[in-house]
Each structure stands twice: as structure tokens, then as C-alpha cells.
Design a binder for this molecule. Sequence first.
Ligand code: SF4
Length: 197
Amino acid sequence: MDNYVYTIKNKIYINLTNRCSNSCDFCIRQGREGMENTPLWITRDPVALDVISQLPANLNEYDEEVVFCGFGEPTYNLEALDEVASYLHCVDKKTRINTNGQANLIHNGDVTDVIVTSCDVINVSLNECNAQKYQLHCNSVFGQKAFDALLEFAQKCKEKGGNVIFSVVDSIGDKDVVECKKLAQKLGIPLRVRVKE
Ligand code: SF4
């Protein structure tokens, strides 16, 4: 059975697709079957009902925030994301997306309205401090333009009232973390620096 929903501790996560426009050197999917004993490689992308039917019955006992973050870039399955988010909002949940920020390239048009409506927190993986380094480590199918596109995506979401944050992992090195901080500050978007596990 395909798993579209998994839980870690008290949090619910949604696995909408295995597709991704990146092939990051550090991708968590490498050599893994899934997370916390839940296999996350799926045979097809779900529709909203597939996801909703896998949500735990005791939803109230889980964290208020549900996260779109599986073994792929969630915005590839935008329709299911939008519909599942609407459902979650109706049952008093908040939503967060962990995204590579390339949705507008993936859909060849501006989809930030859907993202801002669906996601209460938009966590964009900045990963690096410039386009060259980003492409070196993230290997986007869109090439070096992916980095500028993710910056623009984050700015558009912010302009539309979205709660946007950037994230990087400290393993990129102190110097590059400082550059990322400068970039984030310039755009007025908070930066979360995660410690590499
Ligand atoms: S963007 Fe995320 S899912 Fe895609 S390759 Fe990079 S780490 Fe993996």
C-alpha cells in the first residue's frame, strides 16, 4: 500500500509525491525506504481523498500543525495539496509546507496564490547562498535559474501575506551561512539554520 500519511512523534506529515526537480547531494531519500518505519516510495501520486482517508481518526490528539513534506517536492501535486489543506483547515489544523521553492518553474506559471492559501507556514529550503553553489549541490533540472526562481517565489508568497521562512543546514559552513543570513535579511525573510543531524 502507498503511504500518503506518516507520523513522527506527535506530528502528522503528508507524502504527496516522489517527484522532485532537484537531486540534492544531501537528500534524505538516498538509500532510505521511508521515515520512522513508514515506507514512502509510492506507486502513484494521491488525490486528496486518498490522503484524507489515511489521516488518523484521532486527529485531535496530534499536533495542531500538519506538514506537507514527504519523499519529493509537494508542489508537484498541487491539486491534492490545495484540497487536503482545505480539509485540514476545516478540522482546525494548521499547515506547513517544506518546499524547494521551484513551484512556479514546475508549473510554468505563478502558483503562489494556491500556496499562500493552502499553507500557513511556507518553509523554503534556501540550501545555499548563490545560484552557482545551489546548482552544484542541488542539481535542479532547471539549472542555475532555480535559485533566483526560489527567491522570487519566497518574495511573492511574502507579498501575498504568506508566513515565509528560509532554511539552511549549518553543514554548508559558517561563511556561507553568513551569506545566507545577509540574503534573507535583504529580502526580509527569517532564516532558520538547522544543525546537521
Ligand atoms: S529538494 Fe528535497 S526532496 Fe528534492 S532532492 Fe532536494 S532534498 Fe530531496
